[in-house]
Write a new protein. Structure first.
Length: 418
């Protein structure tokens, strides 16, 4: 990590102060820009895509308002990882702390007056750069774990499929053996000699039961041809097998042929299982490693009572719950650490849950995160809009414990959970 190359953007409503901040940071950081036209804050963020964003405003309320407007209008601000620092004076330290606790900003720095600790801002930026580097590694690890869960379940499916295929082949082989034994038993019961009948020469039932027809038709005035031999003059049973014996012989030949064809299939399945055995073992180990880390679930709801209720309902469920209470907090939480699932309230104080879902799904980095909508109503238009925005399911308040757990298990583990 080269902290000197950290991209920094200063947003301010005080042009002179903004230039002073740029000059102060220029000695230690090579890429520092500023924007003092509030109509261009979003455009300048998109142009510079900073890693550290400094808010330097006359009042903290202005800084908070512009932060919310920026996240609402800039897709990069919502999707790209960055660290936000708000500057304050000694009279507003508590207010700055509260804003950071609400996750409106990531950190605050006492900047006015800059007499006690002139390097504090530099240190905060260095720490932010380190946290961003660590966050990128954690985001990559989180995404790898999400893929590992899929691969682990795929290994289980392949293993189960091979086992089921082997069982079907064994059942087929048993059925063929049973059919052969049954044909032998019937032949013995009716005293049929089928051992000496060549299967390729055995007549069919129709051939055995239909008497031969003389194809010669005499012309008018000619003498009729001599009559064909009668059944009494037919060859003796010793010279030609009886029709039932021929049929049993042909049946047995077909059973033996099917058994012979089943042998290579059995060998193929056994060979495939031996070949993929190392991969299946790796998938099982991967599944074991994944199981050591509970998946993260981000709950987006401004109703803190509902958040507490969800916390109780899912207290013993295999997941880590995180909470966001506004649109800005949601984008910050997702950028900070990728969750495996999002429970999204439809109505939020600063944004529409459906719109937030649509924005998340428009970003390739977050598009794969399943979103389950939370709503107090079940109107058809809300449900349709949620699904059209990219949500995978929805739950209606008040929450039902078992239904909620079943939905989370479906999208987190791909199966039910006790």
């Amino acid at each position: 990590m080269n902290a000197q190359q950290t991209r920094i953007l200063v947003l301010s409503d005080m042009p002179v102060e903004a230039q002073q901040i740029v000059s102060l940071l220029a000695d230690d950081f090579a890429q520092v820009s500023c924007s003092t036209d509030e109509s261009r804050f979003a455009a300048d963020f998109d142009a510079h895509h900073p890693e550290v964003l400094l808010f330097a405003f006359r009042r903290l309320e202005h800084a908070e308002r512009h932060a919310l407007v920026l996240y609402r209008h800039s897709q990069r601000a919502r999707s790209e990882r960055h660290h936000s620092i708000v500057l304050c004076d000694k009279d507003n330290l508590r207010q700055a702390f509260e804003l950071c606790r609400k996750e409106c900003f990531d950190d605050y720095v006492l900047y006015w007056p800059l007499v006690y600790d002139s390097s504090r801002l530099h240190m905060s930026i260095l720490l932010a750069a380190r946290m961003l580097a660590l966050g990128r590694e954690r985001a990559a690890a989180s995404e790898m774990l999400a893929h590992a869960r899929v691969l682990g379940s795929l290994g289980e499916m392949l293993d189960a499929g091979l086992g089921a295929g082997k069982e079907h082949i064994d059942a087929l082989d048993s059925s063929l053996h049973a059919a052969r034994a049954a044909s032998d038993a019937l032949a013995t019961e009716f005293e049929l000699d089928i051992e000496g009948v060549p299967s390729g020469l055995a007549p069919t039932a129709l051939e055995a039961s239909t008497p031969p027809v003389n194809p010669a038709i005499p012309a008018l005035g000619e003498a009729a041809p001599p009559p064909l031999p009668t059944a009494a003059a037919a060859p003796s049973p010793a010279a030609a097998p009886s029709p039932p014996a021929a049929l049993f012989a042909k049946l047995r030949a077909r059973v033996n042929e099917a058994s012979d064809r089943a042998i290579p299939l059995t060998e193929w399945v056994d060979g495939l299982r031996r070949e993929v055995s190392p991969q299946l073992d790796a998938a099982r180990k991967l599944q074991g490693l994944v199981a050591q880390r509970s998946p993260r679930v981000l709950v987006v709801d401004d109703d803190r009572f509902q958040c507490k209720l969800l916390e109780r309902l899912l207290g013993d469920f295999d997941c880590q719950l995180q909470f966001a209470h506004s649109g800005a907090e949601t984008f910050a939480a997702v950028a900070r650490e990728r969750p495996e699932l999002i429970l999204m309230d439809v109505q939020l104080p600063d944004a529409d849950g459906v719109a937030i879902t649509r924005q998340l799904k428009s970003n390739p980095t977050h598009a794969g995160i399943p979103v389950i909508m939370i709503t107090g109503h079940s109107e058809r238009n809300i449900l349709q809009a949620s699904l059209a925005a990219g949500a995978v399911d929805f739950v209606v308040k008040p929450f039902e414990r078992e239904r909620m757990r079943a939905k989370l298990a479906k999208f987190l583990h791909g199966r039910g959970q006790d």
